[in-house]
Ligand binder design. Structure first.
Ligand code: AMP
Ligand code: MG
Length: 501
């Protein structure tokens, strides 16, 4: 039998749940469904330290029981959150169908971080689903979210994965698992859509005030706090999507329920990093029309923000027309903000320190050549960085590097070299900027798959440990990272990903 409450003295757990003080329409109180024999398979010790939780405590039997949802630490108030969402453009009532939020961990640094168990059993929002998750996808979320964090891209994080000892049934029988997800909150655009749907202005206002206090309390609320909430969310999203574009990340399912107000990447399903650059890159098996293709991400985020703005209208102004006018002004800032983050990021990737109008063309020309010549996104910038590092070290440019058999790229290189030289900046400085702006490695799909095969099929986690170690410092440019920079073997069919698995 389960003994839900876990006192957890001297373990570092310091939970409370402020979300559970919001109106009860926004969630359902419920404990995770217990599992038969949980086993810890990955633990993120550095993250545990950041959270102020002792890693040894999480590795203990009691600690594992918490990560499996069999015990509830003191201070937690387990809930499943309700939300709605536009899924591929269609509005649906959703909610945590396979997750439970234990509460917020108060970290030693004074931050408040959501602790959520994903794969923790059915909830009132499960619809047809079993409420469970399979090991492979949970490990995949762990690897990619942690890689994103190390790349410097705002993201939810992964504290641990436990196997449940119970199978889950998809097309076949799979190992069941639970991921402990950590995020600065799980407030989604869809959370606001859900609240707005009930026509209960008081609840909506409480939710909006909560979001403001939780994420933006350091900002100036100006004359209209709800308009400011929209403005801050717009800024965060513009910054986030620029970072995705700069690293070749394709989220894959940018439904409004999968967009966090905090500006963190959330809900890793069919996401993947692209190898060969092409704006129409899609990995998700169900994204038939490429709605969430790499090149569409900036405009889709804008679309999602408009849905967010709609929910806030009655709070922005009681006269709808005035509210729309004000919201539109803020929404209009999104494209230029995105563009400036994007441009600034690409300048850094190319080692450009001071702005010039011609940079846009330089960047767009490169992307054009990359697309035409089917060049690898990450490795193109890696290659440029390696060149800048060699120049900085006064090496003769290596002959073999020049042999790209790509005259169009060569031509572009000449223009870039001139642009860099004209800056009259020390070569070391340029190389330094490029090194910290261009990752040497990303979680390449073939490496992630190799890792998952070893872990799931052979219970061999060494391959994963090695990959995680390399991905923890993606800007290191060390020789032991070389293997992760290798391109995937040529395949007959494109790499495909699946969500909700
Ligand atoms: P996602 O595509 O992961 O963003 O999930 C969309 C919705 O489906 C969310 O409400 C999830 O909680 C729900 N969901 C996904 N998988 C399951 C599952 N196995 N059981 C119940 N609900 C699920
Ligand atoms: Mg989701």
């Amino acid at each position: 039998m389960t003994k839900p409450l876990y006192q957890g003295e001297n373990t570092g757990w310091k939970l409370e749940n402020t979300y559970a003080k919001l109106p009860e329409t926004l969630y359902t109180r419920m404990n995770p469904q217990p599992v038969s024999s949980p086993k810890l398979v990955v633990l993120n010790k550095p993250l545990a330290e950041v959270l102020g939780i002792k890693p040894e405590a999480l590795e203990s039997e009691e600690g594992i029981a918490v990560l499996a949802g069999n015990r509830i630490p003191e201070g937690a108030e387990a809930i499943a959150q309700a939300y709605a969402g536009h899924q591929f453009g269609h509005f649906t009532m959703l909610g945590d169908g396979r997750a439970v939020l234990l509460g917020e961990q108060l970290t030693p640094e004074g931050k408040r971080m959501d602790i959520q168990l994903k794969g923790s059993g059915q909830t009132p929002y499960s619809r047809q689903g079993d409420g469970r998750a399979a090991l492979g996808p949970m490990l995949r979320e762990y690897i990619i979210s942690e890689a994103m964090h190390s790349l410097g891209i705002p993201t939810s994080r992964s504290l641990a994965v436990v196997t449940t000892g119970e199978p889950v049934f998809r097309e076949k029988r799979l190992t069941g698992a639970i991921l402990t997800r950590v995020a600065s909150s799980h407030l989604r655009v869809g959370t606001f859509q859900y609240a707005a749907k009930w026509d209960d202005l008081e609840s909506l206002k409480k939710l909006a005030d909560y979001a403001w206090d939780r994420h933006f309390h350091d900002e100036d609320p100006g004359g209209n706090r709800y308009l400011s909430l929209l403005r801050e969310a717009v800024k965060k999203q513009a910054e986030l999507i620029a970072k995705w574009q700069l690293s070749g990340f394709v989220h894959g399912v940018m439904n409004t329920d999968n967009m966090a107000i905090s500006g963190e990447t959330i809900d890793y399903g069919p996401c993947a990093f692209m190898d060969t650059y092409h704006p129409s890159t899609v990995f998700s098996a169900i994204d038939y029309y490429g709605r969430y293709a790499y090149g569409n991400q900036p405009s889709i985020a804008g679309w999602n923000l408009s849905r967010f703005a709609e929910t806030l209208l009655p709070l922005i102004h009681q006269e709808e027309k005035k509210a729309i006018g004000k919201a539109q002004e803020v929404l209009a800032e999104y494209s230029s903000l995105f563009r400036s983050y994007w441009l600034d990021g690409f300048r850094k990737k190319l080692g450009i320190m001071e702005e010039a109008a011609a940079d846009v063309k330089l960047i767009e020309d490169l992307l054009h050549v990359m697309e035409k010549k089917e060049m690898d996104f990450t490795n193109t910038f890696r290659e440029l960085t390696l060149r800048s590092m060699e120049t900085a070290k006064n090496f003769q440019e290596k002959q073999e590097r020049e042999e790209t058999k790509n005259p169009e790229f060569e031509k572009w290189l000449q223009g870039w070299k001139k642009r860099i030289a004209d800056q009259k900046k020390p070569a070391e400085e340029i190389a330094g900027l490029m090194k910290k702006s261009n990752p040497s490695i990303i979680p390449r799909n073939h490496r992630v798959e190799e890792t998952l095969r070893a872990a799931v099929k052979q219970q061999d986690y060494r391959v994963m440990e090695e990959l995680l170690k390399a991905l923890a410092d993606p800007y290191a440019y060390t020789s032991d990272q070389e293997k992760y920079a290798q391109l995937p073997p040529k395949m007959d069919t494109p790499y495909q990903t699946f969500c909700g698995t």
